[in-house]
Design a protein around this ligand. Structure first.
Ligand SMILES: [Zn+2]
Length: 260
């Protein structure tokens, strides 16, 4: 699924779409509009204008339009951003590895013949006009030891659920949090406010290192735990069978031996 790291790559892709006049919207899936606006409103907003800036907060990509409006793009579980038919991320974890244009849910054509689209097999993404960024917490690339500690101190929820709460930290998803907690030797089910000062220090170090390392490698799916997140998978650190359960509705893998 696209997490903050993948959307950071989409932002790079989106830079190719700036300052190109929008000619038409060829496809807009009604599910993508979430009843927030009509296809006609979206056409009025976009056609004849350009995108002038691409920004990202958490998993949300925000394109500024030349008329001062902003367009928010969400990618759900399986969405990829394509500009002129290519994307910075070729295959997403949990998504089909085939690449079918029939999964284009939002497709804009530029006057110059090129296009921007969201290709999304599972159709869980969205397009929003002027998205509210204030509902999102600290961006994953801006986490500090202090802000992480504050997020954790005020909650008795399982630490994994707290790290994935987009209103607290924006951009951490299922794969990244499993990887970070595995590297930090912390059990994902522990209460957030029960971590010692040492636990928090270790968690902060692994959070920033993991984000930076996986960004360099190309995405959240490049972690050390990833290939072992399967039934009967073994911990790559100590060979113990991983355990699998749900936290906040998300499938979680952790090691019963070294994650305490
Ligand atoms: Zn282990």
């Amino acid at each position: 699924m696209p997490e903050g790291i993948e959307v950071e790559y989409y932002k790079q892709t989106a830079l190719q779409a700036l300052n190109r006049k929008i000619k038409s919207i060829e496809i807009i899936d009604h599910k993508y509009l979430e009843r927030a606006c009509s296809p006609a409103e979206l056409r009025d907003l976009l056609i004849g204008n350009c995108f002038i800036k691409a920004e990202r907060k958490g998993k949300l990509l925000v394109l500024s339009i030349s008329n001062n409006y902003k367009l928010g793009l969400r990618f759900g579980m399986t969405g990829r951003l394509l500009v002129d038919g290519s994307s910075a991320i070729k295959v997403l974890e949990y998504s089909s590895s085939s690449d079918n244009p029939k999964w284009d849910r939002f497709y804009i054509k530029f006057q110059d013949g090129g296009a921007l689209s969201i290709r999304d097999p599972r159709r869980l993404g969205a397009v929003q006009i002027n998205p509210n960024l204030a509902t999102l917490g600290i961006d994953l690339y801006e986490i500090t030891a202090l802000s992480l500690s504050e997020v954790l101190n005020h909650s008795a929820r399982p630490i994994k659920a707290r790290l994935m709460d987009q209103s607290k930290i924006a951009g951490l998803g299922n794969l990244l949090t499993d990887e970070i907690l595995w590297r930090s030797s912390i059990d994902p089910r522990r209460q957030s406010n029960g971590l010692s000062r040492n636990d928090k220090r270790r968690l902060f170090r692994h959070t920033t290192q993991t984000i930076s390392e996986l960004t360099d490698l190309g995405g959240s799916h490049m972690g050390n735990l990833q290939n072992h997140r399967v039934p009967e998978g073994l911990c790559p650190k100590d060979g113990v069978p991983l355990i699998r359960y749900n936290i906040g509705g998300r499938t979680t893998y952790s090691c019963p031996k070294h994650q305490k």
